[in-house]
Write a protein that binds this ligand. Structure first.
Ligand code: GLY
Ligand code: MN
Ligand code: MN
Length: 466
């Protein structure tokens, strides 16, 4: 009888916690299953792959950052919680002939009341489609002879994890794995194999992923456009950042895909500027490198705009050169182009342009003002997985993001100082051409100036003075 009561009590608690009104466009369990099958197809004979969740990280004393799943774990399983491990086998195992086992966080009514819902083994079965699922605490006793496999494939082992005696947390899972597999230090060959397999899968986006990529980029463009309308010299960097975040959330994006870079004037010349704390943008250029993450998928869009709505002659000259570099790179965006060529082409255009403007005399010096690469893969990671030594292929998505940054005291006429311009778009590669997924946000200086003249909803918002 007592057992029944406990059972109903627990069911009751879990029911109170059931979720309502969730988004309906998450990746399907069939998608994740398909990715595991594709992964398995690339595994060498008689091998096992072991994938761990990312650790949780401290934000403040006993408060963690919002948890962000390991993109590989999410891609292969859809599981977004910490303290999990996935085993994928090349060949069926045991009498049950299983090819995959997922270990997840055990359900716990008390913990769930404090830190949030858990999927548990049942959810991993019904919602994610796994047939062999255990609680993490069972991993240590799980019968597996790692030594019988010709290859154990695993990624870099996460470090700086708090030591714990709890059998079901990441620390214990990693310790058990090392003991069972007889691993004392990371094996680079194994990490390389894991990386090669995940690179070759994740660099090509499936139709389901393209739906989410289009959405995350589109809503990021809407945010950029709204800020173009709303911004003025009196606005702060933080406030412009906040408008992006508000619009992302309005469309259901969970977070930003990287710390937003919203830098005015000199701050725009700092590549990974993140303080965003200048209280007044003034009559300066504002560089905004901000993108949303939607169901795990990253946008990465940069626009550079004059806060007062009009580029100066010098700002326009630099802007136009970055724009031309982008346009020239777009021309070679299609299947077959070596990926390194994107960078090379942008460098040539910028070097020639800087010479014409009298900012440099030697093309080699272009790297002083354009110190970063032009393109990276985009997807679950903002700097996504992919083979940079290869060629462009259909359904890859890469950024095209040339930039010119001329900080104060640079060795050129000071009329150029404190101009920092980057234009960044998210480009879907096709067989004979490309599609600019971020085309909805204007890049031409005339179009930016025209949009800046429009009024934004945010201009009408009034808050008490404090
Ligand atoms: N936002 C980071 C990058 O553009 O690579
Ligand atoms: Mn980028
Ligand atoms: Mn960016």
């Amino acid at each position: 009888m007592k057992r029944f009561l406990l059972f109903f009590l627990l069911i009751g608690i879990f029911q109170v916690h059931s979720q309502k009104n969730l988004p309906t466009d998450y990746l399907s369990k069939e998608f994740h299953k398909g990715r595991r099958e594709a992964f398995r197809a690339l595994m060498p004979a008689n091998s096992v792959a072991v994938v761990f969740s990312y650790p949780e990280r401290i934000f403040s004393k006993d408060i963690n950052y919002n948890y962000h799943a390991n993109p590989d774990m999410y891609y292969l399983t859809g599981y977004k919680e910490p303290d999990a491990v996935l085993l994928l086998f090349k060949d069926p195992q045991g009498t049950e002939k299983y090819t995959e086992v997922l270990f997840v966080r055990e359900r716990n009514a008390t913990r769930e009341m404090w830190t949030g819902r858990r999927l548990g083994t049942e959810g991993a079965t019904t919602k994610l489609g796994f047939t062999t699922v255990y609680n993490g605490k069972d991993f240590n006793d799980f019968k597996i002879d790692f030594k019988k496999f010709d290859k154990i494939i695993y990624d870099k082992i996460p470090t700086n994890i708090s030591v714990s005696n709890n059998a079901d947390n990441l620390y214990s899972l990693l310790q058990s794995f090392k003991t069972k597999a007889g691993i004392s230090e990371e094996n680079q060959a194994s990490v390389d194999l894991f990386t090669n397999i995940t690179n070759s899968l994740r660099e090509i986006k499936t139709p389901e992923e393209l739906v989410l990529m289009r959405k995350t980029v589109k809503l990021s463009c809407i945010a950029h456009n709204e800020v173009m309308k709303a911004v003025g010299p009196d606005m702060s960097e933080n406030e412009a950042d906040g408008i992006h975040a508000y619009i992302h959330r309005h469309y259901g994006s969970e977070e930003e895909s990287y710390p937003p870079i919203v830098g005015a004037g000199a701050n725009g010349c700092i590549l990974h500027y993140g303080e965003n704390n200048s209280t007044k943008i003034d009559n300066q250029l504002l560089l905004m490198d901000v993108g949303s993450e939607y169901h795990g998928y990253s946008a990465d869009v940069t626009r550079t705009i004059p806060a007062n709505g009009k580029f100066t002659e010098e700002q326009k000259a630099i802007y136009q050169l970055v724009y031309e570099a982008q346009e020239e790179v777009f021309k070679i965006c299609k299947e077959g182009t070596p990926i390194q060529d994107l960078n090379q082409r942008s460098r040539e255009v910028i070097a020639n342009g800087l010479i014409k403007l009298g900012i440099i005399t030697d093309p080699k010096d272009a790297k002083i003002y354009y110190p970063h690469g032009c393109s990276h893969f985009l997807g679950l990671d903002v700097h996504d997985k992919g083979d940079y030594s290869g060629i462009l292929k259909e359904n890859m998505i890469l950024t095209v993001e040339p930039g010119i940054y001329i900080p104060e005291n640079s060795k050129c006429d000071k009329k150029w100082w404190n101009i920092g311009v980057r234009i960044e778009d998210d480009i879907l590669m096709k067989k004979d051409s490309y599609e600019n997924l971020s085309a909805e946000s204007p890049r031409k200086w005339e179009e930016i100036e025209a949009l800046a003249k429009q009024k934004s909803t945010f201009n009408d918002m009034k808050f008490p003075k404090i």
